[in-house]
Design a protein around this ligand. Sequence first.
Ligand code: SAM
Length: 221
Amino acid sequence: MDDFSYAHRDTSEIGAKGTARFNVPRIPSALEDVRRAAFAREIPVAGDETLAFLMTQTAACGANKILELGTAVGTTAIAMACACPNAKIITVERDENFYKEALANFKKCGVSERVEAVCGDAGEIIAELDGTFDFIFMDCAKVQYIKYLPRLKQLLARGGVLAADDVLLYGWASGEAEVPKKRKMLAQHIEEYLYAVSHDSELLTCVLKVGDGIALSVKTN
Ligand SMILES: C[S@@+](CC[C@H](N)C(=O)[O-])C[C@H]1O[C@@H](n2cnc3c(N)ncnc32)[C@H](O)[C@@H]1O
């Protein structure tokens, strides 16, 4: 098993009880192989439910420009590229080994021409990006979500969608599970994020029990 420097846990079983049978993403076999290998190494990539959600959401909003923070080995970027055949995707990963694996996986799945992988810290990269995005998937260090929010709002097109993953934090944020002492700061930052997106006059937000929780925000003006 790889050694990760950040908190993660397999959340594929959380929340999917009643719907797991139906929420199976339709993906090419090359991506199935990439996911299988990632799960075998316990890399924290999106489970079926989250992937099915992302694919339907990006397709539903007809996303042409997508930004992802947190590539890992590329499974969600590839899935979004499959769901939106005309979309261009920028995906950011700070771990150089993951970044290199993602590049190889994009090639394997035939999406490298539309997916631009960037190796670096998400906070630094978003500060330099130009233009706007129709869909932003935030799946990097949870503790940074609140810090990135103002810049991500600027990068969202009007009507664009911001999806923040894992916001229920294994039940810590919803109060269903007690927050471990050493995770209190993380839980507090996520609470601040959820409060901010649900009270922002420029955003409409719904927190969904998909995977380990997704906060879906639409920029209304
Ligand atoms: C949950 S994984 C992403 C999984 C991927 N979206 C998927 O489902 O296929 C989170 C990734 O974010 C990366 N990461 C964490 N903080 C980051 C940061 N500040 N900038 C860039 N990448 C970051 C980690 O190295 C890790 O690979």
